[in-house]
Design a protein around this ligand. Structure first.
Ligand code: NAD
Length: 498
């Protein structure tokens, strides 16, 4: 992608280390305790800004504002008016797209070429759900009860939605939760990750500029264990939409039991990529590599279990390693950076731990595996793209989500065998298949247990196509029409007319 604006200049102008308030009830506010936390650039460790460190009381204020808006003016917005608002927000996002992307890149490290490329997922999503706002409908149902009785259903907004998002794609994750809420007439309290809270605050400003009524969207910055936990258990929150790790998703589902909150969970993965012996190797190598190395492996759908047909295994892995060695690590704001930093020193330690476990369990380190320590990398969290060979299915690196730039390559002999091995994971988020045999492609897509299966491609996500997990990768889908129904309740209405 060509970048035709000065991303470095925009980055220098965007954050100056100062305080950024959060957004509750249409007001820009500090936390009631006055506490703040620093937000960093993971490539340099520099403090970009400070944000409020919310207490449970701040979350309560945000939920109360969302409830007032839901019961008040927002409930009188017609579908057409909600649609018009979403379209105005989409226009402002389009006009400010570069600023949003620079902010995301600075705060969470993803290379600018990748954040910019997500426009269709974000602006497209706003417009897709704008279109759906006026297409919602119940249905008239013929009942069998004697007499003149009309029965029909109405689709009604579920109420106040708590949205909790991870740090790895703040703009997309925010919009994938806010857009369907606005289309259906819900209100939102969104808690971004403490590791990347800044862009959601920019998003709130754009929404306010577009005419968002007070309290319809609220952004509360703070820690998961405090602000997130309060939102998840709050008795006046009707639904939680969550994206993050499986362990946190389980805690959130448990916390919602008390008032039987509706819960949607987009969780972790350990996705298989299967390269069949008839695959177009030169085409598959960069796609398989970037299925993990994009965003330094910090993507839920990372295709980190690479199964390659034994006949082509050695050639494929050698080409993959060459490709990995050619990738450039650097600050995400540089247009030629392929891999940015890991989000935090803590995450870099976790990934180093996985690499050490791969070595101690007997896997062969083919390339990468090291932390970059000299300037200009010394203050960031950079780990080189890493490929292990000789990996066994029961090694930790083949079983657990790493969230770092690590691929485990393994040969396979038969299709039945590779299907069993691919499915022998508690996760079921995504999978990739490389083959030129159409029949085999259909067979594999049918038999693999995953919410998305890509053939001869990877990582495509579209507003109209449902995305989500099976098994411990969660439940619920984002994108597509069915996503909207997760924000709606169905009411049955009976009228005796004789
Ligand atoms: P995380 O689970 O640590 O945190 C996610 C969010 O939950 C953050 O906002 C955090 O503050 C909050 N949180 C933490 N503890 C909480 C609690 N007890 N109650 C309520 N909220 C709490 O995840 P992360 O490290 O930010 O992100 C990485 C994980 O997210 C990976 O597992 C990745 O696979 C997953 N992810 C999934 C998808 C998907 O669509 N399936 C997309 C992106 C990331």
């Amino acid at each position: 992608m060509t970048i035709n604006f000065d991303a470095r200049k925009m980055a220098a102008e965007l954050y100056d280390g100062g305080f950024r308030p959060m957004f509750i009830g249409g007001q820009w506010v500090a936390s009631v305790t006055g506490e703040v936390s620093e937000s960093h650039d993971p490539a340099t460790g520099a403090v970009l800004a400070t944000v409020p460190l919310s207490s449970a009381a701040d979350v309560d204020l945000a939920v109360a504002a969302a409830r007032r808006a839901f019961d008040g003016p927002w409930s009188r917005f017609s579908p057409y008016e909600r649609q018009a608002l979403l379209l105005r927000i989409a226009d402002l996002f389009e006009a400010n797209w570069e600023r949003l992307c620079v902010s995301d890149t600075l705060n969470m490290g993803m290379p600018i070429t990748r954040t910019l490329a997500n426009k269709r997922r974000v602006v497209g999503m706003l417009r897709y759900y704008a279109g759906m706002a006026t297409a919602l409908h119940g249905e008239v149902i013929e009942n069998s009860i004697p007499g003149e009785i009309v029965t029909f259903t109405r689709k009604e907004p579920i109420g106040v939605v708590g949205a909790i998002i991870p740090w790895n794609a703040p703009t997309a994750a925010s919009i994938w939760k806010i857009a369907p809420a606005l289309a259906t007439g819900c209100t939102v309290v969104l808690k971004p990750s403490e590791d990347a809270p800044l862009t959601p605050l920019l998003i709130a400003k754009l929404m306010q500029d577009a005419g968002l009524p007070d309290g319809v969207v609220n952004i509360v910055t703070g820690k998961g264990a405090v602000a997130g936990a309060r939102l998840a258990e709050h008795p006046d929150v009707d639904k939680i939409v969550f994206t993050g790790s499986t362990a946190t998703g389980q805690a959130i589902a448990r916390a919602g039991i008390a008032n039987l909150k509706r819960v949607s969970l987009e969780l972790g993965g350990k996705s298989p990529v299967i390269v069949c012996r008839d695959a177009d190797i030169d085409r598959a190598v960069p796609i398989a590599a970037m299925s993990v190395f994009a965003h330094s492996g910090q993507i839920c759908i990372a295709g980190s279990r690479l199964f390659v047909a034994r006949e082509i295994h050695d050639e494929f892995v050698a080409k993959l390693a060459d490709f990995a060695r050619g990738l450039r690590l650097g600050h995400g704001i540089e247009p030629d950076t392929d891999l940015g930093p890991l989000i935090s020193p803590r995450q870099a330690k976790v990934v180093e731990g996985f690499i050490a476990s791969g070595q101690s369990e007997g896997a062969e380190l083919i390339t990468g595996g090291s932390r970059l320590l000299g300037a200009p990398y010394d203050k960031g969290n950079f780990i080189t793209p890493t490929i292990f060979g000789g990996v066994k299915d029961d090694m930790r690196i083949a079983r657990e989500e790493i969230f770092g730039p690590v691929i485990s390559a393994m040969p396979f002999d038969t299709i039945d065998e590779v299907v069993d091995r691919a499915n022998a994971s508690p996760y079921g988020l995504a999978a990739g298949v490389f083959t030129q045999n159409l029949g085999l492609a259909h067979k594999l897509t049918r038999r693999i247990k995953a919410g998305s299966v890509w053939v001869n491609m990877y990582h495509a996500i579209d507003p109209a196509v449902p995305f989500g997990g099976m098994k411990m990768s969660g439940y619920g889908r984002e994108g597509g029409a069915e996503h909207l129904y997760e924000y709606l309740e169905t009411k049955a209405i009976w009228i005796q007319t004789d």
